[in-house]
Design a binder for this molecule. Structure first.
Ligand code: FNR
Length: 378
């Protein structure tokens, strides 16, 4: 179990929306692997809310503005990117396609956008960098019980040219995805490894245990905000905190020295019942801007983004950019590098069309008055 079951050739031109990739990926991946990616924790309340919350929010478009020259480019931590839509750091790309993270990195390089590379990648962080040197890359880190190993991985990522560290803080334990239990899906097929871990010292066993929900053997359950200072003592890279849903935690992250915040509930795969990411965003933005050092801290969002209009809504509420998780997996399964490229170009076109229809020529023109927001900044 754990590899795409059938090689079903897909005509990529039949993928018109991001959800089409998910539909097309289903027969390719087979039930267990498809559900491993698609499913969420427990009752999947948060998984479903991530989409529903976007649909409860409406656009208030402005007319008769010049939109003949739309510009989606932005600069983040000194890097120029082609659009405010990035790929979320997420593990195990080789379960979707034999080229794994290398194919995703090449697609992001072609699209001129940024890829988050997971600590749980199936290609080593150095090999991902070598596969697509032009790809803008952030490295996603978990704080492990083994602090030396954590520090070693962090140092390797800086050396390999990653431009920021995303510290994931919402998964000190993995959410229980009941679909995986029912399907007896327990991870990696022969020949696929979590390539950033050493092969000696029983790490494969500990990683295997983590898949079986015994994450306490792998992750440090005693990590606190003071560990941001520890990470900063090891690297000069900006540190983003991924998995923030409350104003209080956003303030703690910035006060602890984080250079950025990613509002996320791990795509509904961490705590079920937590608020959707889009409804968490405005209070986080307001709180971060109220911290003296927070005026220019970029705030990102993932979890549930599937349309150009979703991107526009998130930007209107103060996000600098959004990230995509499952659409990357499904497009990778459907068409490898080409699939991910097509997926990214679809959402790019959708965002451009949404901006034109809202009267926005540049990203700075996307302001709060373009959306109905029921939380009004908390
Ligand atoms: C993830 N995600 C994730 N996040 C992270 O910080 N490290 C990781 O290794 C992974 N691995 C992972 C695997 C799979 C199969 C999925 C679906 C997700 C979470 C990911 O970065 C992102 O937060 C969500 O996927 C965003 O939600 P959407 O776009 O999938 O709705």
């Amino acid at each position: 179990m754990g590899s795409p079951e059938k090689k079903v050739p897909v005509d990529l031109s039949r993928c018109i929306s991001l959800d089409d990739f998910q539909r097309q990926a289903k027969p390719i991946l087979g039930k267990a692997l498809y559900e491993y990616v698609a499913s969420g924790t427990d009752d999947e309340q948060t998984l479903s809310e991530n989409r529903q919350a976007f649909k409860r929010m409406f656009l208030l478009p402005r007319m008769m503005r010049v939109v003949s020259d739309i510009d989606l480019r932005l600069d983040v931590f000194g890097q120029r990117l082609s659009m405010p839509v990035f790929v979320s750091p997420a593990g195990v790309h080789k379960l979707m396609h034999p080229e794994g993270e290398c194919a995703t990195a090449r697609a992001c390089a072609e699209a001129g956008t940024l890829m988050g590379v997971s600590q749980h990648a199936t290609v080593s962080l150095e090999d991902v960098a070598a596969a697509a040197p032009r790809c803008a890359r952030w490295f996603q880190l978990y704080i492990l019980k083994d602090r030396e190993l954590t520090a070693g991985i962090l140092r390797r990522s800086e050396k390999a040219g990653y431009t920021a560290i995303c510290l994931t803080v919402d998964s000190v334990r993995f959410g229980s995805r009941e679909a995986d239990w029912r399907n007896n899906f327990n991870g990696l097929p022969p020949g696929v490894t979590l390539a950033n871990y050493p092969t000696q010292d029983g790490y494969n066993d500990r990683v295997k245990d983590a898949w079986d929900q015994n994450t306490e053997k792998l992750f440090d359950e005693r990590a606190t905000w003071s560990d941001i200072a520890w990470l900063k003592s090891l690297t000069s890279l900006p540190i983003l905190v991924k998995g923030i849903l409350t104003a209080q935690d956003a303030v703690s992250a910035v006060e602890a020295g984080a250079s950025g915040v990613i509002v996320s509930n791990h795509g509904g795969r961490a705590l079920d019942g937590s608020l959707s990411s889009i409804e968490s965003l405005a209070p986080v933005v307001k709180a971060v801007r109220s911290v003296p050092t927070g005026a220019n801290v970029p705030i990102f969002l993932d979890s549930g983004v599937r349309r150009g209009t979703d991107v526009l809504k998130a930007l209107a509420l103060g996000a600098t950019a959004v990230l995509l998780g499952r659409p990357m997996f499904f497009s990778l399964a459907v068409g490898g590098q080409e699939g991910v490229q097509r997926m990214l170009s679809i959402i790019r076109d959708e965002l451009e069309a949404a901006m034109a229809l809202c009267g926005c020529q540049r990203l700075q023109d996307i302001t709060k008055d373009l959306v109905t927001d029921f939380r009004e900044g908390g």
